[in-house]
Design a protein around this ligand. Structure first.
Ligand code: THU
Length: 130
């Protein structure tokens, strides 16, 4: 994984709005256009309305005009390894392939790499998927 993708994920931590959990998360996507799209978790006083760092990064990617996740890095301030939650795995899968690497990072760099197939085996698929 390139250093700039890691730096983008780590840099996103500073933008987290996580006053309720105190658990900032950063994510960064390299998309098929070669650009990097970063995001942080954004919580809400009405707790179920908050969302994770990964969908923030996906939103940035989509609004930047890109459609495919080439690689994605995730980092949490307070956890050495922060695997995407179940819902985020499905959201990432929408724009990734089974082989897309997911880098789990700490503040020093990548600690573990999974493919999407490893994180979301037997993913829901229909003929509607493009
Ligand atoms: N969180 C993420 O941003 N990504 C994940 O994959 C796991 C959890 C956030 C959601 C919430 O704001 C905080 O971490 C504590 O669960």
């Amino acid at each position: 994984m390139s250093h700039d993708l890691f730096e983008a994920a780590r840099g996103a931590l500073a933008f987290a709005h996580a006053p309720y959990s105190g658990f900032p998360v950063g994510a960064a996507i390299r998309a098929e256009d070669g650009r990097i799209y970063a995001g942080a978790n954004i919580e809400n006083i009405s707790f179920p309305q908050g969302w994770c760092a990964e969908p923030t990064a996906i939103s940035q990617m989509i609004m930047g005009g890109a459609k495919r996740i080439v690689e994605i890095a995730v980092i949490a301030e307070k956890l050495p390894l922060c695997p995407p939650c179940g819902g985020c795995r499905q959201k990432i899968a929408e724009f990734a392939t089974a082989a897309t690497p997911v880098y789990l990072c700490d503040e020093t760099g990548v600690k573990k790499t999974f493919t999407m197939a490893e994180l979301l085996p037997c993913a829901f698929q229909t003929e509607l998927a493009r």
